[in-house]
Design a protein around this ligand. Structure first.
Ligand code: UDP
Length: 463
């Protein structure tokens, strides 16, 4: 990788202020970007809400600035059915003043190198006006894939077109989206259950993205090439496809949520090559008791070793593992391991892992591509159904479980990926993508070039 051998350079280029969203799939790539920019000679300041506590000891070179976001008062404002737009809007609006005060303070700090730019999560739309008023260039990080950005950009259009009134019975439900022929209408429908409020919220995000000084993605050019032209049309500002971000770094990024369990590695080391299925649905998705049991039966019914992440809070109402089918642990014995949270990047890189049963969060999808592990996709919502469609129909590196979690379907999918010729072909294709990622990091490759252009671009802001 590009930067692991480079010691952090002396921070001579000035300070970059970064403002990540406090969600695992957003926070981790932002901190990875921070680490990369630090090695390129920038001093890093991380502003974050005081309702969560990043592990400072993992980033001894960064300065952390907690700000008050009044999250303890969120209950007073909670609608009956809050959706993601409610939480992120609350975060935007309630942190705005303390964010601005913090930035003003940083700009006025004596004996410090100049603040060259602000980099925020794209969803912190409120920060654009603040940055403009203080004459600080703001760049944004988009935490999902390109096609998700385009679909979100058009969400109100799809809503007005009536997509969200369609049901499985309508023929259009299964049809391709004319503007994005790789996607099906049902994929767009699955991105949200509240298209009206999400559309309004996203229009603010998109407007402020267009007003920013540039967009940075965690991705790589080759698999997303087909969408680049539309993107250029919608966002005629500087664009940097930088990534996959974890590939630039040798160490894992620590979680803001959970302690990593590493106790299973001795078991994993003893498993045969490509023999284990890794199962994880990310940091946010939740499933019902019935779905949890279908997953368990699915894993019990296959003769394949498995590592299953059952995150606290993943199953509503579940404290421990009391809803596992009777005698599940006994029957499975040493064939399976259940953990609360694991170092996923290392797990996917392990030679024993032969398949990743995933929710298709963007980070997880990229991590699987980087390690050449074919996937079984059980997407839930937001960008996941879109990424899953690409995995199964465009890149053909996995199987999409279209109709929820069902033990028999799971059994067949595992057989197809792990034992059939079809699975071997998927492995072949994902290894080609993996190789393309590796090549993109070589001198002259797209990821290598983009990092250089991004650093040059940020330096051009220097007063
Ligand atoms: N992850 C992890 N350990 C686990 C499960 C997940 O480190 O046991 C990490 C995973 O490597 C990824 C992130 O959590 O980087 C999840 O982000 P993603 O975008 O895939 O999904 P989200 O959690 O946002 O739905």
């Amino acid at each position: 990788n590009v930067v692991e051998s480079t010691q952090p350079a002396a921070p001579t280029h000035g300070r970059i202020v970064m403002y990540p969203l406090p969600l695992e799939g957003h926070f981790c790539p932002m901190l990875q970007l921070a680490s990369i920019l630090h090695t390129q000679g920038f001093k890093i300041i991380i502003i974050h809400g005081d309702h969560y506590h990043p592990n400072h000891s993992d980033y001894p070179h960064f300065t952390f600035k907690p700000i008050s976001c009044r999250f303890s008062e969120i209950g007073k404002h909670m609608p009956e059915k809050p959706d993601p737009s409610f939480y992120i809007t609350y975060d935007n609006e309630n942190c705005a003043n303390s964010f601005k005060d913090c930035l003003v303070g940083l700009l006025a700090e004596p004996d410090e190198p100049p603040v060259v730019c602000l980099i925020t999560d794209a969803e912190y739309y409120i920060t654009q006006e603040i940055a403009d008023s203080l004459k600080v260039p703001r760049m944004v990080v988009w935490a999902c894939n390109l096609v998700a950005l385009l679909v979100y950009h058009d969400l109100t259009y799809f809503y007005e077109k009536g997509y969200f009134n369609l049901t499985k019975k309508d023929p259009e439900y299964e049809a391709s989206v004319p503007e994005y022929p790789f996607l099906k209408v049902k994929d767009v429908i699955k991105t949200t259950t509240t298209p009206n409020s999400m559309g309004k919220y996203l229009s603010k995000v998109m407007k402020q993205m267009k007003g920013s000084s540039g967009i940075i993605w965690n991705s790589f050019k080759e698999p997303e090439e087909a969408t680049l032209e539309t993107l250029t049309h919608y966002f005629p500002i500087p664009r940097f496809i930088l990534g996959p971000l974890p590939k630039y770094l040798s160490s894992s990024t620590s979680s803001i949520l959970f302690e990593q369990d590493r106790t299973f590695f001795s078991w994993l080391d003893a498993q045969a090559l490509n023999s284990v299925i890794y199962v994880s649905f990310g940091s946010l998705s939740s499933i019902s008791k019935e779905e949890f049991q279908e997953v368990a039966y699915g894993l019990a019914n296959i003769d394949v070793p498995f590592l299953w992440v059952v995150r606290p809070g993943m199953v509503e109402g579940l404290e421990q593992l009391e809803w596992l089918p009777e005698k599940f642990l006994e029957d499975v014995g040493d064939r399976g391991h259940i953990v609360k949270w694991c170092p996923q990047k290392e797990v996917l890189a392990h030679a024993a892992i032969g398949c990743y049963w995933t929710h298709c969060g963007w980070n997880s999808t990229l991590e699987s591509i980087c390690e050449g592990v074919p996937m079984i996709c059980s997407p839930f919502t937001v960008g996941q159904p879109l990424a899953a469609r690409y995995v199964s129909d465009v890149w053909k590196i996995g199987i999409l479980l279209e109709d929820g979690l069902d033990r028999e379907v799971i059994k067949r999918a595992v057989k197809r990926v792990m034992f059939d010729e079809e699975g071997e072909e998927m492995r072949g294709r994902i290894n080609i993508l993996k190789e393309e990622v590796n090549i993109s990091f070589h001198e002259g490759g797209s990821s290598h070039q983009t990092l250089k252009s991004l650093v040059d671009y940020i330096l051009s802001f220097k007063p």
